[in-house]
Structures are given as structure tokens and as C-alpha cells.
Design a protein around this ligand. Structure first.
Ligand SMILES: [Zn+2]
Length: 198
């Protein structure tokens, strides 16, 4: 009987552990993004953002790139963007009373998140794991402007929270909102928004 070499024995010993962890690739971007969010929500530090690129292999399966940890307000993307990058995913921190309030600002993409997705060097669907538990998807080109006064964002609730956050977010999918801040001051129109007839 020939025994395993020490290296093969080590691989054999590790294989069952790897198999019991999260799958290494997913059939769709949506599945990979939700799996990423569920994975990083098991980390002890939830006051920080986590982010990764979603990368498609030659066979069309999707895996995460390197997982980066940011701070309370942002998460640094790895550059250059890896070959095959087909999406990005990040979380917002679970911290403070707004975490369970669907109307809190942190439950949707920030202006910076939309601008990041629309940037020519990014230009892939963006996913957000929000503190209340829902997962959102925004595809570049999904921002419409009506004159200088209204804007709407086309995004999807890929996974809802319990109870549902539909219609309760500070910014809801396809909802027309005024380009004014809380004090009534006009907010500049994003450069990438697609103008619609008024
Ligand atoms: Zn964000």
C-alpha cells in the first residue's frame, strides 16, 4: 500500500473543511451578491463596510474577488479591477438606531455609490447589503432626470427584508424625487443622468 505524501495528506485533510464553507462560485450575479452579504454579516465587526468585485469566469460562474474592509463611511475598491469583473458589492454598517429603520439614509445607495457604479472605470451593476437585511441592485444607466427638478433611480430589491422594506425606503425604485435637499437648496443634477421629456 502506498501512503499519501505529506502534502497530499494535508490537502486531503483540508478539503472537507473547504467543502463545508460557502460555495466558491455562483450561477448568477444576484446569487453571488446575496452570498457575499450573508458571509460578511458573520464577521464580528459590523460598524465597518465590506466590499468586493464580482468576477465571472469563462464558464459564466460568478465568484468574489478579494474582500476589503473599509470604515464606517466607505470601502476601498481594489484596483485595477480584475479581468472578468461583472459587478461590485458592498455593505453599509449595522450601527445605531437607523440600522433597523427602513427610512434611514443608510438603507439605500448613497450618491457616491451611484456615481461609483456610473464611473467609466467601473460601469458594472452595483449591489448593496443594507443594514435592515435587504439587498439592492443598481445597473449603470438607471438614473433618469426630468429637467433640473426631478430624478429617479431604477434599482431592484434583489432580496427583501422581514418585514418588507418595499415603499418604506428613503429612496424607492423608480420614485421621482425632487432635486432639492432638506433645506430647499437645489441639488446639482448628476452628470450621468439620462434626460427624460418633462
Ligand atoms: Zn454605499
Amino acid at each position: 500500500m502506498t501512503g499519501l505524501t505529506p502534502l497530499l495528506a494535508l490537502i486531503a485533510a483540508l478539503a472537507p473543511m473547504d467543502a463545508s464553507a460557502t460555495p466558491s462560485s455562483y450561477a448568477t450575479l444576484d446569487e453571488a451578491a446575496v452570498a457575499f452579504v450573508d458571509l460578511v454579516r458573520t464577521y464580528p465587526e459590523q460598524r465597518h463596510e465590506y466590499c468586493a468585485w464580482l468576477i465571472k469566469d469563462a464558464g459564466g460562474r460568478v465568484r468574489f474577488g478579494a474582500i476589503n474592509e473599509g470604515d464606517m463611511n466607505h470601502c476601498p475598491s481594489s484596483w485595477p479591477k480584475p479581468a472578468g469583473t461583472a459587478g461590485s458589492v458592498h455593505t453599509h454598517p449595522i450601527w445605531g438606531p437607523g440600522s433597523s429603520d427602513p427610512s434611514a439614509a443608510s438603507q439605500v445607495f448613497s450618491e457616491g455609490d451611484f456615481a461609483h457604479a456610473e464611473h467609466p472605470d467601473v460601469s458594472v451593476p452595483a449591489y448593496l447589503g443594507a443594514p435592515a437585511g435587504h439587498v439592492l441592485r443598481y445597473d449603470p444607466g438607471g438614473t433618469l432626470c426630468w429637467g433640473r427638478s426631478f430624478i429617479s433611480r431604477h434599482f431592484k430589491i434583489v432580496r427583501d427584508a422581514v418585514p418588507s422594506v418595499r415603499g418604506r425606503l428613503p429612496l424607492n425604485p423608480d420614485e421621482k424625487t425632487a432635486l432639492y435637499d432638506a433645506l430647499g437648496k437645489p441639488v446639482p443634477k448628476p452628470s450621468y443622468c439620462r434626460d427624460q421629456p418633462r
